[in-house]
Design a protein around this ligand. Structure first.
Ligand code: DAT
Length: 175
């Protein structure tokens, strides 16, 4: 299976700037689309209910993958999600793990009115590098990139770097 545009995952702890990066990239790179997994989970009901304590959906991963499979296999998706180990390796060409200073993350999550337990869980996750480890465990190391997302300057340079990385070739045919 080949695709004319790559599929990129932008992942990281909630609040690192995934949505911001995905939206900018989709604006800049012709043919690339922002695929917000959060929106798909909600709109296509790929969940088994809502966890009130953590104020988040309990995701039905099988239903989610079935729902997005056709779109992702066509290529050109910038996948926005705070997990990355669920996607089949063959779907993915680049995994960007965004990172942020803990104090900055605290401020961003506080501004979102996260409940204390959810805020603490996400801060711990960032400190323990959970998403970076998940990406490294799930994909070949050559396609996993860690980028800082503390300020606008970081964001601009990240988007430039990711954009420059997207050459035209057939994706999905191995290295
Ligand atoms: P995520 O999708 O990872 O949950 P987001 O894109 O919604 O994160 O960003 C959360 C908030 O932080 C939002 O108000 C934008 C801001 N933000 C994120 N990354 C940033 C950056 N590199 N520079 C400035 N603001 C940023």
């Amino acid at each position: 299976m080949s695709r004319s545009l790559p599929n990129i995952i932008i992942t990281g702890t909630p609040g690192v700037g995934k949505t911001l990066h995905c939206e900018l990239l989709a604006e800049r790179v012709p043919g690339m689309k922002h695929l917000s997994v959060n929106d798909v989970v909600k709109e296509k009901e790929c969940h088994e209910g809502y966890d009130e304590e953590f104020q988040s959906w309990i995701v039905d991963e099988d239903k989610l993958l079935d729902t997005i499979e056709e779109q992702v296999k066509a290529g050109g998706c910038i996948i926005d999600w705070h997990a990355c180990d669920l996607f089949p390796k063959s779907w993915i060409d680049l995994v960007v793990v965004l990172r942020v200073d803990h104090t900055t993350l605290y401020d961003r999550l506080k501004a979102r009115n996260y409940p204390e337990n959810k805020l603490q869980e996400n801060l711990d996750s960032e400190i323990m590098e959970v998403l970076l480890q998940e990406a490294r465990d799930s994909y070949d190391e050559e396609i996993v990139v860690e980028l800082q997302s503390n300020d606008t300057e970081d964001m601009e340079s990240n988007v430039d770097r990711i954009e420059a990385w997207i050459p035209q070739r057939n994706y999905g045919e191995g290295p």
